[in-house]
Design a protein around this ligand. Structure first.
Ligand SMILES: C[S@@+](CC[C@H](N)C(=O)[O-])C[C@H]1O[C@@H](n2cnc3c(N)ncnc32)[C@H](O)[C@@H]1O
Length: 301
C-alpha cells in the first residue's frame, strides 16, 4: 500500500527514504520539497515530539494543504514558502546551525499535475502557466510566446533532451504569429504536428519532453537543485544523511556529480553507488514512481 495524502499525492520510495535517513527521536530534518507532506508525516512520527521538521515548498497551495495534512504534528513542524535554493536563509532565520537529515523529492506532485489550471498536465487542458510559485513573474506562456526560435530550441534540447527540438520550436514560432499560444491543449497539438507520425508510437506521450523542458525552464529547476545541494550538505551534521529523489536523467546527473564531488573532498560518503529504484510492486501501484531514482550520501566530516 502506498502512502497517499489527502488531495492527493502518493509519496514515492517512502520505505527507502525512511530507512536511509536513520532517524531517531529529537532529530531535526529539512524536507526541501514538502509537497503535501507525505514524506514529512512519516518523518515527523519518527523524530517524535522533541524533533523538528522544517518543510519548504515554493508552492503556496501545496504548503497550505501540507499544513492541514500535518496538523496533528504542527508542534514539531515549521512550514516555509521558499525556493529551496534559499534553504540557508530559511535555516538561518530559524536559528538552526545543523540538521540531522535532508530530503529532496524533486519535480511536481500529483496534486499539482492534476490541477488543470496550473498548466503542468498533458492530460487536462489548462492555461500555459507551469509556475510552482504563482507569484513568480515568468510563466510558460511568456517563454513560448516571446523567446526566439533558438532559445526555444535550446530549452527543448537541454531540458527535455527532445530529439525534434528544432521542428517543435519552428512550429511554435510559426503558430504564434497567427495568435498567441494560450493553452496546454494548443501546445500539445502543435507538438504532435511537429513530430513525425512514425515517432509518435512510444509508451510516453510525444509531448512529455517538451512539457518537462518548459517546466524546468519556467522554474529554473536545475539551477535551484545545484545550489540547494551545495547548501544542504553544508548544513548537514556529521553522520547525517541526505536523500535525493530524481525523476529524470538531468536531475539525477546533477545529484550524482555533486555527491561524487563531495565524496572526493572527503565531505560525504556515497551510500548508494547506484541509485535505488522503486520495487515492482510500487511502480505497479503508482505509475509516477516508475522513473524515480534515490541517491543517498552520509556526511563524514
Ligand atoms: C514530488 S513533490 C514532493 C512530494 C512530497 N515529498 C510528499 O511526499 O508529499 C515535489 C514538491 O517540491 C516542490 N518544489 C520543487 N522544486 C522546488 C524548489 N526549487 N523549491 C521549493 N520547492 C520546490 C514542488 O512545488 C512540489 O510540491
Amino acid at each position: 500500500m502506498g502512502f497517499t495524502t489527502r488531495n492527493s499525492h502518493t509519496s514515492v520510495m517512502m520505505n527507502e527514504v525512511l530507512e536511509n535517513l536513520h532517524l531517531k527521536k529529537g532529530d531535526c530534518v529539512l524536507d526541501c520539497t514538502l509537497g503535501l507532506g507525505g514524506h514529512a508525516r512519516q518523518i515527523a512520527k519518527k523524530i517524535g515530539s522533541h524533533g523538528l521538521l522544517i518543510g519548504i515548498d515554493r508552492d503556496e497551495d501545496s504548503l497550505m494543504l501540507a499544513k492541514e495534512n500535518l496538523e496533528e504534528f504542527s508542534g514539531r513542524c515549521a512550514f516555509i514558502q521558499k525556493d529551496f535554493r534559499h534553504l540557508d536563509d530559511v535555516l538561518d532565520d530559524l536559528g538552526i546551525k545543523q540538521v540531522d537529515g535532508v530530503v529532496l523529492d524533486l519535480g511536481v506532485s500529483s496534486y499539482q499535475l492534476e490541477t488543470a489550471e496550473r498548466g503542468f498536465s498533458i492530460k487536462a487542458d489548462g492555461p500555459l502557466d507551469m509556475r510552482m510559485d504563482r507569484k513568480s513573474y515568468i510563466s510558460a506562456y511568456d517563454l513560448i510566446n516571446s523567446l526566439s526560435f533558438n532559445e526555444i530550441s535550446s530549452i527543448l534540447k537541454n531540458f527535455g533532451e527532445e530529439r525534434f527540438h528544432e521542428r517543435i520550436a519552428d512550429q511554435l514560432v510559426r503558430q504564434r504569429i497567427k495568435h498567441p499560444i494560450e493553452s496546454t491543449e494548443e501546445l500539445k497539438s502543435i507538438i504532435l504536428k511537429a513530430i513525425p507520425g512514425r515517432h509518435q508510437q512510444y509508451k510516453i506521450h510525444p509531448a512529455t519532453r517538451t512539457f518537462q523542458a518548459f517546466r524546468i525552464a519556467v522554474n529554473r529547476e536545475l539551477e535551484a537543485l545545484d545550489i540547494a545541494l551545495n547548501k544542504a550538505v553544508r548544513y548537514l551534521k556529521k553522520d547525517g544523511y541526505i536523500c535525493s529523489i530524481a525523476f529524470h536523467s538531468l536531475e539525477d546527473r546533477i545529484i550524482k556529480e555533486k555527491f561524487r564531488y563531495f565524496a572526493k573532498e572527503n565531505i560525504v560518503e556515497i551510500v548508494t553507488k547506484k541509485p535505488l529504484r522503486p520495487t515492482d510492486q510500487e511502480t505497479h501501484e503508482n505509475i509516477r514512481a516508475r522513473s524515480a531514482r534515490l541517491r543517498v550520501a552520509k556526511r563524514i566530516a
